[in-house]
Write a protein that binds this ligand. Structure first.
Ligand SMILES: *Cc1c(COP(=O)(O)O)cnc(C)c1O
Length: 462
Protein backbone atom coordinates (compact mmCIF):
# COMPACT_ATOMS: atom_id res chain seq x y z
CA UNK A 1 0.00 0.00 0.00
CA UNK A 2 1.43 3.36 -1.09
CA UNK A 3 0.56 6.83 0.15
CA UNK A 4 0.43 9.98 -1.99
CA UNK A 5 0.16 13.66 -1.07
CA UNK A 6 -2.96 15.73 -1.74
CA UNK A 7 -0.71 18.32 -3.41
CA UNK A 8 0.99 15.83 -5.68
CA UNK A 9 4.59 17.01 -5.11
CA UNK A 10 5.87 14.96 -2.14
CA UNK A 11 7.59 11.56 -2.24
CA UNK A 12 5.29 8.51 -2.28
CA UNK A 13 5.63 6.72 1.06
CA UNK A 14 4.79 3.44 2.79
CA UNK A 15 2.21 3.39 5.62
CA UNK A 16 4.95 3.50 8.21
CA UNK A 17 6.85 6.41 6.67
CA UNK A 18 3.63 8.36 6.12
CA UNK A 19 2.75 7.78 9.78
CA UNK A 20 6.16 8.83 11.07
CA UNK A 21 6.30 11.99 8.97
CA UNK A 22 2.74 13.30 9.47
CA UNK A 23 2.49 16.26 7.09
CA UNK A 24 3.83 15.73 3.55
CA UNK A 25 6.83 17.83 2.49
CA UNK A 26 4.81 19.73 -0.13
CA UNK A 27 2.45 20.90 2.64
CA UNK A 28 -0.18 18.33 1.65
CA UNK A 29 -1.70 15.39 3.51
CA UNK A 30 -1.04 11.73 2.81
CA UNK A 31 -3.85 9.55 1.47
CA UNK A 32 -3.79 5.93 0.27
CA UNK A 33 -3.20 5.59 -3.46
CA UNK A 34 -6.14 3.17 -3.69
CA UNK A 35 -8.88 2.30 -1.19
CA UNK A 36 -9.04 -1.40 -0.22
CA UNK A 37 -12.50 -2.91 -0.63
CA UNK A 38 -14.53 -5.01 1.79
CA UNK A 39 -17.22 -7.16 0.19
CA UNK A 40 -20.67 -7.67 1.71
CA UNK A 41 -19.46 -11.10 2.86
CA UNK A 42 -16.37 -9.57 4.53
CA UNK A 43 -18.60 -7.08 6.35
CA UNK A 44 -21.15 -9.73 7.35
CA UNK A 45 -18.32 -11.76 8.84
CA UNK A 46 -17.65 -8.90 11.30
CA UNK A 47 -20.98 -9.57 13.03
CA UNK A 48 -20.36 -10.71 16.60
CA UNK A 49 -16.60 -10.07 16.50
CA UNK A 50 -14.73 -8.17 19.21
CA UNK A 51 -13.76 -4.54 18.59
CA UNK A 52 -10.12 -5.65 18.33
CA UNK A 53 -10.83 -8.31 15.71
CA UNK A 54 -12.89 -5.81 13.70
CA UNK A 55 -10.04 -3.32 13.97
CA UNK A 56 -7.56 -5.88 12.67
CA UNK A 57 -9.67 -6.84 9.64
CA UNK A 58 -10.59 -3.27 8.69
CA UNK A 59 -7.10 -1.76 9.03
CA UNK A 60 -4.89 -4.66 7.90
CA UNK A 61 -4.94 -3.90 4.15
CA UNK A 62 -3.84 -0.29 4.74
CA UNK A 63 -0.82 -1.13 6.84
CA UNK A 64 1.26 -3.06 4.33
CA UNK A 65 4.34 -5.15 4.87
CA UNK A 66 6.12 -3.43 7.73
CA UNK A 67 4.17 -5.38 10.39
CA UNK A 68 3.36 -9.10 10.58
CA UNK A 69 -0.24 -10.11 11.36
CA UNK A 70 0.77 -11.26 14.85
CA UNK A 71 2.57 -8.06 15.74
CA UNK A 72 -0.24 -5.88 14.42
CA UNK A 73 -2.88 -7.86 16.36
CA UNK A 74 -0.76 -7.56 19.49
CA UNK A 75 -0.43 -3.76 19.12
CA UNK A 76 -4.20 -3.43 18.68
CA UNK A 77 -4.80 -5.51 21.82
CA UNK A 78 -2.44 -3.29 23.83
CA UNK A 79 -3.95 -0.08 22.42
CA UNK A 80 -7.48 -0.82 23.65
CA UNK A 81 -6.67 -2.64 26.90
CA UNK A 82 -6.83 0.61 28.90
CA UNK A 83 -10.43 1.38 27.92
CA UNK A 84 -13.10 1.37 30.62
CA UNK A 85 -15.68 -0.56 28.55
CA UNK A 86 -15.18 -4.03 27.13
CA UNK A 87 -17.16 -3.16 23.97
CA UNK A 88 -14.71 -0.20 23.48
CA UNK A 89 -17.34 1.72 21.43
CA UNK A 90 -20.78 0.77 22.79
CA UNK A 91 -23.98 1.90 21.07
CA UNK A 92 -26.98 3.11 23.09
CA UNK A 93 -30.42 4.06 21.84
CA UNK A 94 -31.62 7.66 22.21
CA UNK A 95 -34.93 7.59 20.34
CA UNK A 96 -36.65 5.45 17.68
CA UNK A 97 -34.03 4.82 15.01
CA UNK A 98 -31.50 7.18 16.64
CA UNK A 99 -28.43 5.77 18.36
CA UNK A 100 -25.46 7.22 20.20
CA UNK A 101 -21.99 5.77 19.64
CA UNK A 102 -20.09 6.27 22.90
CA UNK A 103 -16.49 6.98 21.97
CA UNK A 104 -15.43 8.28 25.38
CA UNK A 105 -14.39 5.21 27.35
CA UNK A 106 -10.66 5.62 26.67
CA UNK A 107 -8.07 6.94 29.14
CA UNK A 108 -8.68 10.66 28.40
CA UNK A 109 -12.45 10.42 27.88
CA UNK A 110 -12.63 11.54 24.24
CA UNK A 111 -12.71 9.70 20.91
CA UNK A 112 -9.13 10.81 20.19
CA UNK A 113 -7.95 7.92 22.38
CA UNK A 114 -9.08 5.42 19.71
CA UNK A 115 -6.44 6.69 17.32
CA UNK A 116 -3.83 7.97 19.71
CA UNK A 117 -3.52 4.83 21.82
CA UNK A 118 -2.93 2.83 18.64
CA UNK A 119 -0.49 5.39 17.22
CA UNK A 120 1.51 5.26 20.46
CA UNK A 121 1.93 1.50 20.01
CA UNK A 122 2.73 1.80 16.29
CA UNK A 123 5.34 4.55 16.84
CA UNK A 124 7.06 2.66 19.62
CA UNK A 125 7.23 -0.56 17.61
CA UNK A 126 8.53 1.18 14.45
CA UNK A 127 11.11 3.35 16.24
CA UNK A 128 12.40 0.42 18.34
CA UNK A 129 12.83 -1.69 15.24
CA UNK A 130 14.64 1.15 13.42
CA UNK A 131 16.66 2.32 16.41
CA UNK A 132 15.41 5.89 15.92
CA UNK A 133 13.83 8.58 18.06
CA UNK A 134 11.55 11.50 17.21
CA UNK A 135 10.09 14.72 18.61
CA UNK A 136 6.33 14.73 18.38
CA UNK A 137 4.80 18.18 18.25
CA UNK A 138 1.04 18.56 18.37
CA UNK A 139 -1.41 21.45 18.39
CA UNK A 140 -4.59 20.91 20.34
CA UNK A 141 -7.93 22.47 21.10
CA UNK A 142 -7.84 20.24 24.18
CA UNK A 143 -8.50 16.61 23.44
CA UNK A 144 -5.74 15.71 20.96
CA UNK A 145 -3.09 16.96 23.37
CA UNK A 146 -4.35 15.04 26.35
CA UNK A 147 -4.77 11.90 24.26
CA UNK A 148 -1.24 12.27 22.81
CA UNK A 149 0.39 12.86 26.17
CA UNK A 150 -1.45 9.86 27.62
CA UNK A 151 -0.42 7.65 24.69
CA UNK A 152 3.27 8.66 24.59
CA UNK A 153 4.13 9.38 28.23
CA UNK A 154 7.18 7.46 29.35
CA UNK A 155 8.04 6.08 25.89
CA UNK A 156 11.81 6.00 25.38
CA UNK A 157 11.98 6.86 21.69
CA UNK A 158 9.68 9.86 21.77
CA UNK A 159 9.72 13.40 23.12
CA UNK A 160 6.24 15.00 23.11
CA UNK A 161 5.54 18.74 22.93
CA UNK A 162 1.92 19.89 22.94
CA UNK A 163 0.75 23.43 22.14
CA UNK A 164 -2.64 24.41 23.54
CA UNK A 165 -4.43 27.80 23.50
CA UNK A 166 -3.94 29.33 26.94
CA UNK A 167 -7.22 29.71 28.83
CA UNK A 168 -9.32 28.10 26.09
CA UNK A 169 -9.37 24.48 27.19
CA UNK A 170 -11.44 22.97 30.00
CA UNK A 171 -9.84 22.32 33.37
CA UNK A 172 -10.06 18.56 32.91
CA UNK A 173 -8.39 18.84 29.49
CA UNK A 174 -5.66 21.08 30.88
CA UNK A 175 -4.99 18.83 33.84
CA UNK A 176 -4.78 15.76 31.65
CA UNK A 177 -1.95 17.55 29.79
CA UNK A 178 -0.17 19.20 32.72
CA UNK A 179 -0.23 16.52 35.41
CA UNK A 180 1.69 13.59 33.85
CA UNK A 181 5.06 13.43 35.62
CA UNK A 182 7.11 11.76 32.88
CA UNK A 183 9.87 14.07 31.64
CA UNK A 184 9.42 13.20 27.95
CA UNK A 185 6.17 15.22 27.87
CA UNK A 186 5.91 19.02 27.71
CA UNK A 187 2.66 21.02 27.76
CA UNK A 188 2.99 24.56 26.33
CA UNK A 189 0.22 27.15 26.90
CA UNK A 190 0.34 29.41 23.84
CA UNK A 191 -0.88 33.02 23.92
CA UNK A 192 -3.45 32.68 21.10
CA UNK A 193 -6.30 30.48 19.84
CA UNK A 194 -6.28 26.97 18.39
CA UNK A 195 -5.77 28.20 14.84
CA UNK A 196 -2.60 30.00 16.03
CA UNK A 197 -1.36 26.74 17.56
CA UNK A 198 -2.12 24.88 14.34
CA UNK A 199 -0.45 27.60 12.22
CA UNK A 200 2.78 27.52 14.29
CA UNK A 201 2.78 23.73 14.03
CA UNK A 202 2.55 23.96 10.24
CA UNK A 203 5.35 26.57 10.22
CA UNK A 204 7.59 24.15 12.10
CA UNK A 205 6.88 21.36 9.64
CA UNK A 206 7.55 23.67 6.71
CA UNK A 207 10.94 24.71 8.15
CA UNK A 208 12.80 21.68 6.80
CA UNK A 209 16.11 22.46 8.55
CA UNK A 210 14.34 22.58 11.91
CA UNK A 211 12.13 19.64 11.04
CA UNK A 212 15.11 17.43 10.28
CA UNK A 213 17.28 18.65 13.15
CA UNK A 214 14.80 17.60 15.84
CA UNK A 215 13.30 14.70 13.80
CA UNK A 216 9.85 16.26 13.95
CA UNK A 217 6.86 13.93 13.77
CA UNK A 218 3.20 14.90 13.85
CA UNK A 219 0.21 13.22 15.45
CA UNK A 220 -2.46 15.78 14.63
CA UNK A 221 -5.44 14.45 12.75
CA UNK A 222 -3.54 15.24 9.55
CA UNK A 223 -1.65 12.01 10.35
CA UNK A 224 -3.16 9.31 8.16
CA UNK A 225 -2.77 6.63 10.84
CA UNK A 226 -5.21 8.54 13.03
CA UNK A 227 -7.86 8.71 10.36
CA UNK A 228 -7.40 5.01 9.73
CA UNK A 229 -7.92 4.01 13.38
CA UNK A 230 -11.21 5.92 13.36
CA UNK A 231 -12.58 4.02 10.36
CA UNK A 232 -13.03 0.98 12.59
CA UNK A 233 -15.92 2.19 14.73
CA UNK A 234 -17.99 3.09 11.68
CA UNK A 235 -17.82 -0.59 10.77
CA UNK A 236 -18.38 -1.96 14.28
CA UNK A 237 -21.44 0.23 14.91
CA UNK A 238 -23.00 -0.20 11.46
CA UNK A 239 -22.58 -3.98 11.68
CA UNK A 240 -24.29 -4.08 15.05
CA UNK A 241 -27.32 -2.38 13.44
CA UNK A 242 -27.47 -4.82 10.56
CA UNK A 243 -24.86 -3.81 7.97
CA UNK A 244 -24.25 -4.79 5.22
CA UNK A 245 -27.90 -5.77 4.84
CA UNK A 246 -29.22 -2.46 6.14
CA UNK A 247 -27.94 1.05 5.47
CA UNK A 248 -27.13 3.42 8.31
CA UNK A 249 -26.37 7.16 8.49
CA UNK A 250 -23.96 8.97 10.77
CA UNK A 251 -23.89 12.44 12.29
CA UNK A 252 -20.42 13.56 13.33
CA UNK A 253 -19.56 16.57 15.52
CA UNK A 254 -16.83 18.11 13.43
CA UNK A 255 -13.88 20.47 13.77
CA UNK A 256 -10.85 19.40 11.77
CA UNK A 257 -12.89 16.99 9.60
CA UNK A 258 -10.77 13.97 10.64
CA UNK A 259 -13.49 11.92 12.26
CA UNK A 260 -16.09 12.42 9.54
CA UNK A 261 -13.45 11.79 6.87
CA UNK A 262 -12.86 8.39 8.49
CA UNK A 263 -16.57 7.71 7.90
CA UNK A 264 -16.13 8.66 4.26
CA UNK A 265 -13.26 6.14 3.97
CA UNK A 266 -15.48 3.45 5.52
CA UNK A 267 -18.08 4.23 2.84
CA UNK A 268 -15.48 4.11 0.07
CA UNK A 269 -14.33 0.70 1.39
CA UNK A 270 -17.83 -0.64 0.82
CA UNK A 271 -19.72 -0.02 4.07
CA UNK A 272 -23.30 0.88 3.08
CA UNK A 273 -23.57 4.36 4.59
CA UNK A 274 -26.53 6.41 3.44
CA UNK A 275 -25.59 9.89 4.72
CA UNK A 276 -22.64 11.42 6.55
CA UNK A 277 -23.80 14.55 8.32
CA UNK A 278 -21.20 17.13 9.30
CA UNK A 279 -22.33 18.85 12.53
CA UNK A 280 -20.65 22.14 13.44
CA UNK A 281 -21.08 24.57 16.30
CA UNK A 282 -21.23 28.35 15.85
CA UNK A 283 -17.85 28.13 14.06
CA UNK A 284 -19.49 26.76 10.94
CA UNK A 285 -17.07 27.13 8.03
CA UNK A 286 -17.77 23.57 6.90
CA UNK A 287 -21.54 23.98 7.03
CA UNK A 288 -21.28 27.28 5.11
CA UNK A 289 -18.96 25.73 2.56
CA UNK A 290 -21.22 22.75 1.90
CA UNK A 291 -24.24 25.09 1.73
CA UNK A 292 -22.79 27.90 -0.42
CA UNK A 293 -19.62 26.55 -2.08
CA UNK A 294 -17.44 29.27 -0.51
CA UNK A 295 -14.79 28.30 2.01
CA UNK A 296 -14.13 31.59 3.82
CA UNK A 297 -12.38 31.90 7.15
CA UNK A 298 -13.84 34.04 9.95
CA UNK A 299 -12.52 34.73 13.39
CA UNK A 300 -13.07 31.89 15.81
CA UNK A 301 -15.55 32.52 18.61
CA UNK A 302 -15.12 30.49 21.75
CA UNK A 303 -18.07 28.13 22.43
CA UNK A 304 -19.02 25.54 25.04
CA UNK A 305 -17.78 22.89 22.58
CA UNK A 306 -14.15 24.11 22.37
CA UNK A 307 -12.76 21.07 20.56
CA UNK A 308 -14.74 22.22 17.52
CA UNK A 309 -13.71 25.90 17.69
CA UNK A 310 -11.81 25.78 14.44
CA UNK A 311 -11.90 27.74 11.22
CA UNK A 312 -9.28 26.09 9.05
CA UNK A 313 -10.34 22.47 8.93
CA UNK A 314 -7.17 20.61 7.95
CA UNK A 315 -8.60 17.30 6.85
CA UNK A 316 -11.09 18.94 4.51
CA UNK A 317 -8.17 19.04 2.09
CA UNK A 318 -8.41 15.26 1.78
CA UNK A 319 -12.08 15.51 0.79
CA UNK A 320 -11.27 18.30 -1.68
CA UNK A 321 -8.55 16.15 -3.24
CA UNK A 322 -11.10 13.46 -4.10
CA UNK A 323 -13.78 15.99 -5.09
CA UNK A 324 -11.31 17.51 -7.58
CA UNK A 325 -10.59 14.12 -9.11
CA UNK A 326 -7.31 13.75 -7.19
CA UNK A 327 -5.82 16.79 -8.92
CA UNK A 328 -2.90 17.81 -6.65
CA UNK A 329 -2.09 21.10 -8.42
CA UNK A 330 -5.76 22.16 -8.16
CA UNK A 331 -5.70 21.51 -4.41
CA UNK A 332 -2.43 23.47 -4.11
CA UNK A 333 -4.06 26.46 -5.82
CA UNK A 334 -7.03 26.36 -3.42
CA UNK A 335 -4.73 26.23 -0.41
CA UNK A 336 -2.79 29.24 -1.72
CA UNK A 337 -6.07 31.15 -2.04
CA UNK A 338 -6.98 30.09 1.48
CA UNK A 339 -3.88 31.87 2.73
CA UNK A 340 -5.60 35.06 1.50
CA UNK A 341 -8.90 34.34 3.26
CA UNK A 342 -10.88 31.83 1.25
CA UNK A 343 -11.81 30.14 -2.03
CA UNK A 344 -14.76 29.03 -4.11
CA UNK A 345 -15.23 25.29 -4.66
CA UNK A 346 -15.88 24.49 -8.34
CA UNK A 347 -19.41 23.38 -9.28
CA UNK A 348 -18.32 19.82 -10.07
CA UNK A 349 -16.37 19.46 -6.85
CA UNK A 350 -19.23 20.90 -4.80
CA UNK A 351 -21.60 18.41 -6.34
CA UNK A 352 -19.20 15.59 -5.48
CA UNK A 353 -18.87 16.80 -1.87
CA UNK A 354 -22.65 17.10 -1.51
CA UNK A 355 -22.99 13.55 -2.80
CA UNK A 356 -21.11 12.35 0.26
CA UNK A 357 -21.73 14.93 2.98
CA UNK A 358 -24.74 16.71 4.45
CA UNK A 359 -24.30 19.38 7.09
CA UNK A 360 -25.95 21.30 9.88
CA UNK A 361 -25.02 23.60 12.72
CA UNK A 362 -26.03 24.09 16.32
CA UNK A 363 -25.71 27.49 17.96
CA UNK A 364 -24.93 27.86 21.64
CA UNK A 365 -28.58 28.04 22.75
CA UNK A 366 -29.50 24.97 20.71
CA UNK A 367 -26.55 23.06 22.16
CA UNK A 368 -27.53 23.94 25.72
CA UNK A 369 -31.17 23.09 25.04
CA UNK A 370 -30.15 19.69 23.69
CA UNK A 371 -28.03 18.89 26.77
CA UNK A 372 -31.09 19.65 28.91
CA UNK A 373 -33.47 17.73 26.64
CA UNK A 374 -31.23 14.66 26.40
CA UNK A 375 -30.96 14.53 30.16
CA UNK A 376 -34.68 14.80 30.84
CA UNK A 377 -36.11 12.94 27.83
CA UNK A 378 -33.44 10.48 26.72
CA UNK A 379 -31.77 9.63 30.01
CA UNK A 380 -28.36 10.68 28.63
CA UNK A 381 -25.88 13.16 29.95
CA UNK A 382 -24.23 14.56 26.80
CA UNK A 383 -21.01 16.54 26.52
CA UNK A 384 -21.53 19.77 24.52
CA UNK A 385 -19.84 18.36 21.38
CA UNK A 386 -22.06 15.31 21.38
CA UNK A 387 -25.06 17.62 21.96
CA UNK A 388 -24.18 19.55 18.79
CA UNK A 389 -24.28 16.21 16.97
CA UNK A 390 -27.56 15.06 18.50
CA UNK A 391 -29.19 18.43 17.71
CA UNK A 392 -28.13 18.32 14.06
CA UNK A 393 -29.07 14.63 13.74
CA UNK A 394 -32.53 15.32 15.12
CA UNK A 395 -33.04 17.96 12.41
CA UNK A 396 -31.83 15.60 9.66
CA UNK A 397 -33.26 12.25 10.61
CA UNK A 398 -35.55 10.35 8.24
CA UNK A 399 -37.85 7.59 9.36
CA UNK A 400 -36.30 4.67 7.52
CA UNK A 401 -32.54 4.76 7.99
CA UNK A 402 -31.04 4.36 11.45
CA UNK A 403 -29.01 7.41 12.48
CA UNK A 404 -25.88 6.96 14.59
CA UNK A 405 -24.58 10.11 16.28
CA UNK A 406 -21.01 10.02 17.50
CA UNK A 407 -20.61 10.96 21.18
CA UNK A 408 -17.10 12.35 21.04
CA UNK A 409 -16.38 13.10 24.71
CA UNK A 410 -17.52 12.11 28.19
CA UNK A 411 -19.70 14.73 29.95
CA UNK A 412 -17.22 14.85 32.84
CA UNK A 413 -14.64 16.36 30.50
CA UNK A 414 -16.83 19.51 30.20
CA UNK A 415 -18.51 19.68 33.61
CA UNK A 416 -19.29 23.42 33.65
CA UNK A 417 -21.45 23.34 30.51
CA UNK A 418 -23.19 20.14 31.59
CA UNK A 419 -23.87 21.46 35.08
CA UNK A 420 -25.35 24.72 33.83
CA UNK A 421 -27.72 22.92 31.43
CA UNK A 422 -28.81 20.09 33.75
CA UNK A 423 -27.91 21.00 37.32
CA UNK A 424 -25.85 17.80 37.45
CA UNK A 425 -22.10 17.80 38.03
CA UNK A 426 -20.95 14.79 35.98
CA UNK A 427 -18.46 12.78 38.03
CA UNK A 428 -15.15 11.59 36.58
CA UNK A 429 -14.92 7.82 36.24
CA UNK A 430 -13.36 6.17 39.31
CA UNK A 431 -10.07 5.39 37.54
CA UNK A 432 -9.19 9.11 37.26
CA UNK A 433 -11.05 10.61 40.19
CA UNK A 434 -7.88 12.13 41.74
CA UNK A 435 -7.19 14.35 38.68
CA UNK A 436 -8.03 17.57 40.53
CA UNK A 437 -5.49 16.81 43.27
CA UNK A 438 -2.44 16.17 41.05
CA UNK A 439 0.09 19.02 40.64
CA UNK A 440 0.50 20.75 37.28
CA UNK A 441 3.54 21.48 35.11
CA UNK A 442 3.12 23.92 32.19
CA UNK A 443 5.19 26.49 30.25
CA UNK A 444 3.55 29.68 28.96
CA UNK A 445 4.77 30.67 25.49
CA UNK A 446 4.18 33.62 23.11
CA UNK A 447 2.68 33.08 19.64
CA UNK A 448 6.12 33.26 18.05
CA UNK A 449 7.82 30.65 15.90
CA UNK A 450 11.45 31.36 16.84
CA UNK A 451 10.73 31.19 20.57
CA UNK A 452 8.93 27.88 20.15
CA UNK A 453 11.69 26.39 18.07
CA UNK A 454 14.33 27.38 20.59
CA UNK A 455 12.31 25.83 23.40
CA UNK A 456 11.81 22.59 21.53
CA UNK A 457 15.52 22.31 20.72
CA UNK A 458 16.32 22.86 24.36
CA UNK A 459 13.88 20.17 25.51
CA UNK A 460 15.05 17.68 22.95
CA UNK A 461 15.48 14.18 24.36
CA UNK A 462 15.71 15.12 27.96
C1 LIG B 1 -11.50 16.61 18.28
C2 LIG B 1 -12.90 16.62 18.72
C3 LIG B 1 -13.97 16.85 17.83
C4 LIG B 1 -13.73 17.16 16.37
O1 LIG B 1 -13.14 16.09 15.69
P1 LIG B 1 -12.45 16.33 14.26
O2 LIG B 1 -11.84 15.05 13.90
O3 LIG B 1 -11.46 17.43 14.48
O4 LIG B 1 -13.55 16.75 13.34
C5 LIG B 1 -15.26 16.78 18.32
N1 LIG B 1 -15.51 16.52 19.63
C6 LIG B 1 -14.51 16.30 20.52
C7 LIG B 1 -14.86 16.04 21.93
C8 LIG B 1 -13.19 16.34 20.10
O5 LIG B 1 -12.20 16.12 20.98
Amino acid sequence: MRYISTRGQAPILSFEDAMLSGLARDGGLYVPETIPQMTAADIRALQGQSYEETAFRVMRPFVGESLTDDVFADLIAKAYSGFGHVARAPLVQLAPNHFLLELFHGPTLAFKDFAMQLIGQLFQEALDRRGERVTIVGATSGDTGSAAIEAFRGLEAVNVVILFPDGRVSEVQRRQMTTPVENNVHALALDGDFDDCQARLKDMFNDFAFRDSVRLAGVNSINWARVLAQVVYYFSSAVSLGAPDRKVSFTVPTGNFGDVFAGYIAKRMGLPIDRLVVATNHNDILHRCLSTGRYDTNNVSPTISPSMDIQVSSNFERALFDAYGRDGPAVSRLMNELANGGFAVSQDALQALRGDFDSGRAGEDETRAMITHANTKMGELLCPHSAVGVHVATMQQDAETPMITLATAHPAKFPAAVKSATGIHPPLPQRMSDLYERSERVTKVPNDLATLQALIKEHQFK
